[in-house]
Design a protein around this ligand. Structure first.
Ligand SMILES: NC(=O)c1ccc[n+]([C@@H]2O[C@H](COP(=O)([O-])OP(=O)(O)OC[C@H]3O[C@@H](n4cnc5c(N)ncnc54)[C@H](O)[C@@H]3O)[C@@H](O)[C@H]2O)c1
Length: 271
């Protein structure tokens, strides 16, 4: 059940990783509030099938799917240009596309370093740069939302690159909140704990096996492990992240910028 934020209606949002679990939940919540959504992803089959699904639910003119790689500045520029051609404005960027990995630092290849930093941290910079160019040119008091991670707040062994990228996203968001406040552009971050349901990150065998090994549990015990370690004894679902996202993007959060909101059932507490 989507919470309603009337002021979102008529806005346009670009969501990177829009075909993934959290991107789908956020875009569905936004579309349910009358926002036109531009889904950006490299996974063409998922992108196509999900945009058809959204179109059937909210109307064919509610959604635009753009295949683009956030590691490529030209493709990012073209994705924003396509959004403007289709909908004529941009109010919201959700930086969400990600790659992850479990590997000790001494085994990292140059390709690993490039993949994780380019997709996560540098991808967030590229998309924020483009969104701010569009918003400043139009005088739009827009909103940027970064999906970071509990791993941006708390280090995890064998995930140093991902932690560094996710921590960088947090600092990037806070710096941009300072820089863009005078233009009325808000920048906030959500840090989820593990979201297992529908997440492509967890479809990777190495990632699941590496996680199980790290906690000395079986793969089947992963959901219980995450549930039992948090204060609320619960698992985090994509919709839980979307609920926080919708609030932060809505006018109800008009005085909130530079915030870091954990959606983790109580694992990493932020001051
Ligand atoms: N699932 C979790 O356990 C979890 C926990 C904490 C934070 N997060 C964060 O939440 C966000 C979404 O994760 P998710 O669980 O929905 O994962 P997901 O794999 O389901 O979605 C990520 C999407 O990003 C896309 N993507 C990857 N590289 C890309 C690129 N170079 N250009 C464009 N798109 C690209 C993928 O195709 C995928 O559709 C990520 O930023 C992730 O770091 C996830």
């Amino acid at each position: 059940m989507t919470i309603e934020y009337a002021d979102l209606s008529g806005q346009v949002a670009l969501i990177t990783g829009g075909a993934g679990a959290i991107g789908r939940a956020i875009s569905r919540g936004l579309a349910g509030n009358g926002v036109k959504v531009v889904l950006v992803d490299i996974d063409e089959p998922r992108l196509e099938s999900y945009s058809i699904e959204l179109g059937e639910e909210f109307g064919p003119r509610s959604t635009l799917a753009v295949k683009a790689d956030v590691r490529d500045s030209e493709q990012v520029r073209e994705a924003f240009a396509a959004a403007l051609r289709e909908f004529g404005r941009l109010d919201i960027l959700v930086n969400n596309a990600a790659a992850t990995q479990i590997k000790p630092i001494d085994l990292l290849s140059d390709a690993d370093i490039d993949l994780i930093l380019d997709t996560n941290l540098k991808g967030y910079v590229r998309c924020a740069r483009e969104a701010v160019r569009v918003m400043k040119a139009a005088g739009t008091k827009g909103s940027l939302l970064f999906i970071s991670s509990k791993n941006g707040l708390v280090g995890a062994s064998d995930k140093s690159l991902y932690c560094a990228a996710k921590g960088g996203e947090l600092t990037l968001a806070r710096a941009l909140a300072m820089e863009l406040g005078e233009f009325g552009i808000r920048v906030n971050t959500i840090c989820p704990d593990a979201v297992l349901e529908g997440s492509g990150l967890w479809e990777d065998d190495d990632y699941r096996q590496g996680t199980a090994k790290r906690y000395n549990i079986s793969e089947a015990e992963i959901p219980d492990y995450y549930r039992d370690r948090c204060a609320l004894k619960t698992n985090i679902r994509p919709e839980d992240v979307a609920n926080a996202a919708l609030f932060l993007l809505s006018g109800q959060a008009s005085k909130i910028t530079g915030a870091i909101i954990p959606v983790d059932g109580g694992v990493a507490f932020v001051r």
